[in-house]
Design a protein around this ligand. Structure first.
Ligand code: AMP
Ligand code: GLY
Length: 419
């Protein structure tokens, strides 16, 4: 098969690494790709991943059999619909199905209508009504903008004052801020369960836990994710069964009842407390950095599975998993998720690899022959080992040999599971 991968972050590097192991793979392309992905695929940087017409033309010109879409933006932008209209197979949901991430209101209303467990919520179209409701309910309470706000449109307010000013902040999210979602605060521990689906059958992947806050001890600002590990012991067999039966299957069935066939990866962000899982959010794609710990443990052929999702014949497929644990530590630019410097030389990647790490490039570029930083999240360093403890010890040995100025990473990835 000739495959085109869309995206260029750490998640896509992990996807590229795994896809490249498939005996079914022939030619492999990526747009835009990255210096890491370039080890597996021919990268083309001068086509925008928002330009559906140019992407369809590229896929036709290169006889692509399957397009794998990594990030949410092109999914919400209808790339899969455009490809399918040109009779090109794609892994990822259609524009309308991607609303499960693209519109929090769509997702919440779907869950309410079909009894899928999630926090209670109300939708407001003007700030004054939202403020009145918040005064009634009190804090803690959660305020959300409606659309894709690059992970920043959510404010978990611990006090009434914070909640009231959060309503004003929603104005900063443009269109996404015109509709305000006010949600019940859920206490508990978070986990991510990703699943592959062809719109009928659903196969959950092993559960992972992300670390969203920038600093140790879950302090500081929310980020795209500072590290992850898998399997996450908080998702024990009982929770896993509950997630499959009460959340994943009913969601795919609910979408189907609404006339929407969801194909691709469905990501359930969960809050788990007292043996019960509720949905925090759905994403319409693989998680980043969850993918960087889930795929290193997958023993099955990912390309074959993705192709089966795209063709609607996942029913005879199974996934086998290594018994190991995996940990990923994100090495970020100091200052992220706010302002940070770019173009800083990165040293030690080869040394870390020699110590047994997998290095996934999230925000790097080549300046001549030199690898430099080019984003907030720069590298994901993943290791696997028979136990989580060993994987954690190994990952930090590898992280310590990599250097760039102002590097920031969390020192407590997986600490909760090790307690
Ligand atoms: P979201 O973008 O909806 O996943 O929200 C980002 C983060 O905000 C989540 O990962 C949670 O840590 C937190 N969060 C969102 N909604 C709630 C809620 N209803 N209760 C508690 N925390 C929440
Ligand atoms: N790790 C969080 C996300 O992918 O949205």
């Amino acid at each position: 098969m000739n495959v085109l991968l869309i995206g260029g972050g750490g998640r896509e590097h992990a996807l590229a690494w795994k896809i490249s192991q498939s005996p079914k793979l022939e030619k492999f392309f990526a747009i835009p790709g990255s210096p890491g992905i370039a080890n597996f695929a021919e990268c083309t940087e001068n086509i925008s991943i928002e330009d559906n017409t140019a992407l369809v033309d590229f896929a036709k010109a290169n006889a692509i059999d399957l397009v794998v879409v990594g990030p949410e933006a092109p999914l919400v932008n209808g790339l899969v619909d455009a490809l399918n209209a040109a009779e090109i197979k794609a892994f990822g949901p259609s524009k309308i199905a991607a609303q499960i991430e693209g519109s929090k209101i769509f997702a919440k209303c779907l869950m309410k209508k079909y009894g899928i467990p999630t926090a209670d919520f109300r939708i407001f179209y003007n700030p004054e009504d939202a403020r009145n409701y918040i005064r009634q309910k009190g804090a803690p309470i959660v305020i959300k903008a409606n659309g894709l706000a690059a992970g920043k449109g959510v404010i978990v307010a611990q006090t009434l004052d914070e909640a009231l000013s959060a309503v004003d902040e929603m104005r900063n999210f443009g269109d996404a801020g015109n509709k305000i979602l006010v949600e019940e605060f859920m206490d508990g521990e978070e986990a991510s369960v990703l699943a592959l689906t062809d719109g009928e059958k659903i196969i959950p992947l092993i559960a992972a836990q992300d670390h969203k806050r920038v600093d140790d001890g879950d302090k500081g600002l929310n980020t795209g994710g500072m590290g992850a590990y898998a399997p996450a012991p908080i998702v024990d067999a009982k929770i896993a069964a509950q997630v499959e039966e009460k959340i994943l299957k009913p969601t795919i069935a609910a979408l189907k009842s609404e006339g929407i066939i969801y194909r691709g990866c469905l990501y359930a962000g969960l809050m788990i407390q007292n043996g019960t899982a509720k949905v925090v959010e759905f994403n319409c794609r693989f998680g980043d950095p969850e993918t960087q710990v889930v795929l290193p443990l997958m023993e099955s052929d990912l390309l074959e599975l993705m192709n089966a999702c795209a063709e609607g014949n996942l029913s005879d497929k199974k996934i086998s998993w290594s018994k190991d644990s995996a940990v990923c530590v994100i090495m970020a630019s100091g200052g992220y998720p706010k302002f940070y410097k770019k173009n800083l030389p990165i040293d030690g990647v080869a040394k870390a690899k020699a110590l047994g790490a997998m290095i996934f490039h999230a925000g790097t570029k080549l300046k001549g022959d030199e690898l430099v930083t080019s984003g907030g999240r720069v590298l994901g360093v993943t290791t696997t080992a028979p136990t989580l403890r060993e994987a954690v010890d190994k990952v930090y040995k590898c992280v310590e040999v990599i250097h760039f100025d102002n590097v920031h990473y969390r020192k407590d990835i997986a600490a909760r599971a090790l307690k």
